[in-house]
Design a protein around this ligand. Structure first.
Ligand code: ADP
Ligand code: MG
Ligand code: MG
Length: 919
């Protein structure tokens, strides 16, 4: 027997037997197909039908033909469906109509094709009219088929049908589709068929089997449509999965006022509130709701209009939520008072909703805390921490008449940008002109997604909370307001207008996706307050608890340990306080040079650099010492009880000096003008700067090399660190200072400098008569240091991977040049999978790191290891740090919550709890 390519909805057991598990069934039948089969099994009313597998799609894509046996199996399944419904495909006596629906493993809303009402032709139409006595409905259904067939199977532009229809309505003076009569639809069918013939070159096929075959192929082909490919790239969905095709008996929501169609979420996908949220339309077919072209009613209203159906619907959707243990996004149709479920899937949601839903479901015992953690992605937390509008500034804007319109708050967040009225221009302005863009459209379609992704925000004047614009924006975390109906958009003039005020293309607006407000002009934004986000705090506490489990992680040595801690990079006490409030339990990098750049300190720093004798230098440093001490004091204070790693001076000294060219210009100008006062000093400074010139400063006199050439600076810094630590201790603050020596390449550098510094440390503790624990350690940012980690660890008590420099030096790229000149090409050409400055290169840089950890711990088993490069805030890099046995990752304070979640994800994933792929 040939392979099984087709599964009836009630053959889910066979699919499971073949695919192994439910995950396999989802791969085989796609999300929609497996959902329909699963609902059928659960006794939910689903119209009979069958699924052609993704495997068939992949075969078809390879050869351009259906695999052997597939079509026969489809026809056999169609015959079973005829039996079940008592109807017959293509028969005017009692016709079966079907839809042909795409359905990939991970839902890609609106990205691929669906064709409804297949099985109609000129004779079936007559039969259906006799049967239903409802010619209006029949002609409406037929015109939809001709239109959908033309646009999806033959790629005709929507406008080819939309314009004549709009013209027809205008000529009749109709405002809405429901005003169209049977005769009107019949006239339109004739027009649509002749348009079809004109543009396709042949008649609309009257052979219903031909209709089904071409539709199936069109759905398969839609997997490779540009918009689908773009979407998968963005969502990191594999190209190889393919789509299934679902052939479903048509049920009709457009059979009169006892019929309806709708979509609903079992909880609010924007806020996560436990409240069914949906819309429906009486006397309409499915895509009318999603397209946002008619004004819908909230689903609660069904409680009044169809109370029995509503009760059943609420019961079924509640059951589906429990069954899938997640919020469901369902589609339904009511045909003459009977409810049919057409789809269920895990709902897409905003970051805020994801967090609230996960925490609520865990608190209700529907899912575990681990699952709750895994349900929320790091990107979603990232989005929650994005800026929001300053409420005062918003109030002022409203007072001064800048409120331009209000619509549905479809996807939260504050967006400020310049308006553009089509996706291509929006994308171009964003990419080429680097503008902040807000895309404005009456409504969006799948072809607009590239423009939406490139935009800061999206505004539409039509559609509701489940319109295309709303769904896509939520998915990508783009702030979005839809259905702002007071705003009239004029696509030809490229303007929009509200209450007599006109905004032109390129004008700035501010869109508040959380409230639905749209303002003219730019409203300032501010950082959200984490303390107010109670559910997120709860989730992050659970994440910390996972990481703190003493045996959650198996180290490369086979030993067990806790998971990662999250520390932060902070240079100033205010950053340290923010880091603490975001949950950081240490400072992994305090860069001291920032302190030298303070305007009132810089002259002293320059004097110190230009000093000709050690005494002169020490004198200047003595002036700097108290201010350094107070910097560190504030830091220790903020981090009371937690470790603070302070890095000794790192950049080349010329960075602290005036710009050479500018100085030269000044000297020349003075000479030309004959000014003499101060000229000699300037000339001396100029020659000193010239003397400091290096051809490759990044690899020149800096880091530990500078400390060896000029030890007075770091001696002062170490004194300041330990004096501050001692003072804090005396005040009752618990300190754990860790002194970090940058840019070590050989252990001999440490042998030269570290004992000198350690002597100062113990001297200060002696002078102040206090004792506290401290460490000396080094950054690992030069490949040689990683390779010789065993020796380096004889002195270094901790390692901190400076992965920015380590990446530069391992690849031999200078980051700025690489990012400007060739990294984009490298990533496009797949020479590199991703930008290694954003996501750690595990095979190269990562290999050096894991080697360094292992070798270092051979010398010093309790060696503390962390990372302080930007990778410390990147989820994939955090996972890698977990794998190689880092103790902590250190990142920007703003990324600490993201890192806490990512650390827990890594711990759970490697402990065998699978990370849910609820795409
Ligand atoms: P998408 O994946 O883009 O949501 P669907 O395959 O779900 O596409 O179909 C598009 C619309 O058509 C939906 O509103 C759906 O409910 C409706 N629909 C699909 N099949 C049928 C059917 N057999 N009977 C009635 N409506 C249908
Ligand atoms: Mg659907
Ligand atoms: Mg460095």
């Amino acid at each position: 027997m040939s392979k099984k390519w087709v599964y009836l909805f009630d053959e889910v057991a066979q699919a499971e037997a073949y695919a192994g598990d439910w995950e396999g069934v989802r791969t085989l039948l796609g999300g929609k197909g497996s959902g329909l089969a699963d609902m059928t099994r659960a006794g939910v009313p689903v119209p009979p039908g069958f699924t052609i597998t993704t495997e068939a799609c992949n075969e078809y894509r390879k050869s351009g033909n259906f695999p052997a046996g597939m079509w026969d199996q489809a026809l056999a399944a169609l015959a079973v469906t005829e039996q079940k419904t008592g109807k017959k495909f293509g028969s005017p006596a009692n016709p079966l109509l079907v839809s042909c629906r795409s359905g990939a493993k991970f839902s890609m809303p609106g990205m691929m094709n669906t064709i409804l009402n297949i099985g109609m032709n000129d004779t079936v139409v007559e039969g259906m009219i006799n049967l239903t006595g409802n010619p209006r409905f029949v002609w409406d259904s037929y015109r939809r088929l001709v239109e959908m067939f033309g646009t999806t199977v033959f790629d005709l532009e929507d406008e080819i049908f939309e314009h004549p229809m709009a013209a027809y309505k205008a000529q009749k003076g109709y405002k809405v589709d429901t005003q169209m009569t049977a005769e009107d639809w019949q006239a339109l069918v004739a027009e649509f068929k002749s348009l079809f013939k004109k543009h396709v070159g042949e008649d609309f096929p009257q052979d219903v089997y031909k209709q089904l075959e071409l539709s199936t192929k069109a759905v398969f082909n839609s997997w490779m449509a540009d918009k689908a490919v773009t979407y998968r790239k963005k969502e990191k969905i594999s190209e190889d999965l393919g789509t299934a095709v679902n052939i479903v008996t048509m049920v009709f929501g457009n059979m009169g006022n006892d019929s309806a169609t709708g979509v609903a979420f079992t909880r609010d996908p924007s806020t996560g509130d436990r409240k069914m949220m949906g819309e429906y339309l009486i006397n309409a077919q499915g895509e009318d709701v999603v397209a946002g072209i008619r004004n819908t009613d909230p689903v609660e209203k069904m409680g009044e209009t169809m109370p029995e159906v509503y009760k059943q619907f609420m019961e079924i959707s509640g059951r589906l939520e429990k069954h899938y243990r997640d919020v469901q996004d369902v589609e339904f149709t009511v045909e003459r008072g009977k409810l049919w479920m057409l789809q269920t899937r895990n709902a897409k949601r905003t970051g805020a909703a994801a967090v609230k839903i996960a925490v609520d479901m865990a608190n209700d015992g529907l899912i575990s805390r681990e699952e709750a953690i895994l349900r929320v992605s790091a990107d979603q937390v990232d989005f929650l921490l994005h800026p929001q509008f300053d409420p005062n500034a918003k109030r002022d804007a409203a007072k001064s008449g800048k409120l331009f319109g209000k619509g549905v708050n479809a996807s939260p967040g504050a967006a400020v940008g310049q308006i553009y009225f089509d996706a291509n221009t929006a994308e171009r302005m964003a990419k080429e002109q680097k503008q902040n863009v807000i895309m404005v459209r009456p409504f969006t379609k799948p072809d607009d997604v590239h423009g939406m992704i490139a935009s800061q925000g999206v505004l539409t004047s039509e559609g509701g909370a489940s319109s295309h614009a709303a769904v896509v924006a939520r998915q990508f975390g783009i702030p979005c307001v839809v259905g702002a109906s007071a705003i009239k958009i004029n696509l030809e003039n490229r303007t929009m207008q509200s209450a007599g005020v006109v905004a032109h293309e390129g004008d700035w607006i501010s869109v508040d996706g959380a409230t639905g407000e749209v303002f003219l002009g730019r409203i300032p934004t501010q950082q959200p307050n984490l303390e107010e986000q109670k559910d997120l705090l709860t989730l992050l506490t659970w994440a910390d608890e996972v990481c703190a489990r003493p045996e959650i992680r198996v180290l490369p040595t086979g030993e067990k340990s806790r998971g990662l801690q999250v520390w932060a990079n902070a240079d100033y006490p205010k950053d340290a306080r923010r880091a603490r409030s975001y949950g950081a339990v240490g400072i992994g990098l305090c860069r001291t040079e920032h302190m030298f750049f303070e305007p009132e300190r810089l002259p002293t720093v320059q004097k110190m650099i230009l000093a000709e004798t050690s005494e002169e230098r020490t004198a200047a440093l003595d002036i700097l010492l108290p201010s350094q001490r107070s910097d560190f004091d504030g830091l220790f204070d903020a981090m009371n009880g937690h470790p603070v790693i302070i890095r000794l001076i790192d950049p080349p000294l010329h960075e602290f000096m005036p710009d050479e060219e500018k100085l030269l210009e000044e000297v020349i100008t003075m000479k030309v003008k004959g000014e003499t006062e101060g000229l000699a000093a300037k000339e001396k400074l100029l020659s000193a700067i010239k003397g400091m010139h290096e051809s490759n400063p990044m690899m020149g006199l800096r880091g530990v090399r500078l400390s060896i050439a000029m030890p007075e600076i770091v001696e002062m810094q170490v004194r300041a660190i330990f004096e501050a630590a001692a003072d804090c201790t005396l005040r009752g603050v618990v300190v754990h200072p860790e002194v970090m020596i940058p840019l070590t390449g050989t252990v001999n550098e440490l042998k030269w400098i570290q004992p000198r510094l350690e002597r100062i440390a113990s001297a200060v503790m002696g002078e102040k008569k206090v004792n506290f624990s401290y460490k000396f350690g080094t950054m690992i940012e030069i490949p040689r240091a990683a390779v010789t980690a065993a020796e380096i660890a004889t002195l270094a008590e901790f390692f901190s991977f400076g992965t920015n420099d380590l990446t530069q030096m391992t690849f031999g790229y200078s980051r700025d040049d690489a990012e400007r000149n060739f990294l984009v090409i490298y990533v496009e050409q797949k020479i590199l999978p991703v930008n290694p400055f954003q996501t750690l290169d595990r095979e190269g840089v990562g290999k050096l790191m894991s080697m360094a950890v292992n070798d270092g711990r051979k010398t010093r088993p309790n060696l503390e290891v962390g990372i302080c490069g930007e990778h410390g805030g990147d989820p994939s890099s955090i996972e890698f740090c977990h794998m190689i046995g880092n103790n902590y990752v250190s990142c920007s304070p703003f990324r600490v919550p993201i890192a806490r979640l990512a650390a827990a994800h890594a711990a759970l994933k490697h402990a065998g709890t699978s990370v849910a792929e609820d795409k």
